[in-house]
Design a protein around this ligand. Structure first.
Ligand code: SF4
Length: 306
């Protein structure tokens, strides 16, 4: 359904995403995780051709059902965005206009891609909203975004981005500022869409505590590179890369600062397993134990070196 190959993003001369390969099938969920500045959000935005071309140079291919999104015109893209592929953000106000009631936002979004009357769109909007707010959908329907709690706003944003039943949802850190209960409610809502509608999900995440309940595949990123990728069970339950282990043990302590490294390995300065070899050599992406790992621990040269 979605095949990303050799995606690179340069912001000025900074290599922000390095050669990302990603595959997403119908009804699958892929999580891209890592600390701030890893390149996760830029990867997501570039997949929908949403980066400002004056500031970001994007290369590679993003094939959606065989069409390269990066090569489409703005008109062709507007037919895909919101209808086929939708994106949700950490800040719900990126989607929910503060001056408009939820009813208006949803009705407009439906009519943007469907030739139906406002009355018909309103009825559809109410039904869709019920999936996210079974008991109080009418109150939410008649509210302004600011009248909702942060957790409700996040779910209302999801309702808006999923209103036209897109095939793919890209969700960029949407649970980041939510408390545990609201985080779980959002994850449950996404799981339901994945299971009932076969919606494919790309979830950009920071905190991996809920990841296992929804992900099929996990990509771990740091400093523009994917360091480990494989099935959710393999990566989350049997991590191999030292950075993945660090992230799983310590994900809440991220200070949001991307560390510069004088090695080809972005985790070198924090790695307890580092050797001189890691400093002086390119780190290959090695296939082992059913996943890819960018780490010399799994290279035969490691055991032979000091
Ligand atoms: S390549 Fe070396 S420094 Fe980097 S994570 Fe692996 S062992 Fe650690």
């Amino acid at each position: 359904m979605l095949e990303v190959s050799d995606l690179n993003v340069f912001i000025n001369n900074f290599h922000a995403v390095s050669s990302l390969f990603l595959s997403l099938k119908e009804g699958e969920a892929v999580i891209i995780a890592g600390e701030s500045g890893a390149g996760k959000s830029l990867s997501a935005l570039s997949m929908l051709h949403l980066l400002d071309e004056k500031k970001a140079k994007v290369s590679g291919k993003v094939l959606y059902n065989g069409k390269d999104i990066l090569a489409l015109s703005e008109k062709e893209l507007s037919e895909i965005r919101g209808k086929e592929i939708s994106i949700a953000f950490q800040d719900p106000f990126m989607i929910l206009k503060p001056s408009e009631k939820i009813s208006k936002i949803l009705t407009k979004a439906i009519r943007l891609h469907n030739k139906i009357s406002r009355k018909e769109a309103k009825e559809i909007a109410k039904e869709r909203l019920k999936e996210f707010f079974p008991s109080d959908y009418l109150r939410v329907f008649n509210s302004y975004p600011r009248e909702l709690s942060s957790g409700m706003r996040a779910r209302a944003m999801l309702a808006a981005t999923l209103i036209n039943n897109p095939k793919v949802l890209i969700a960029d850190e949407i649970t980041r500022s939510l408390d545990t209960i609201n985080k779980e409610m959002v994850i449950e809502a996404l799981k339901k869409k994945k299971e009932d509608n076969k919606t494919s999900l790309i979830l950009i995440m920071h905190d991996l505590s809920n990841a296992l309940s929804i992900a099929d595949y996990v990509y771990i990123m740091n400093s523009s590179l994917v360091l480990e990728k494989g099935s959710a069970d393999d990566v989350l339950l049997r991590p191999m890369h030292p950075y993945t282990k660090h992230l799983l043990n310590d994900s809440r302590k991220d200070d949001g600062i991307m560390r510069k490294s004088d090695s080809s390995c972005p985790f070198y300065s924090r790695c307890n397993e580092r050797k001189d070899l890691c400093k002086n050599n390119d780190i290959p992406f090695i296939f082992t134990n059913n996943r890819y790992v960018r780490c010399l621990l799994y290279d035969e040269r490691y055991n032979q070196s000091r």
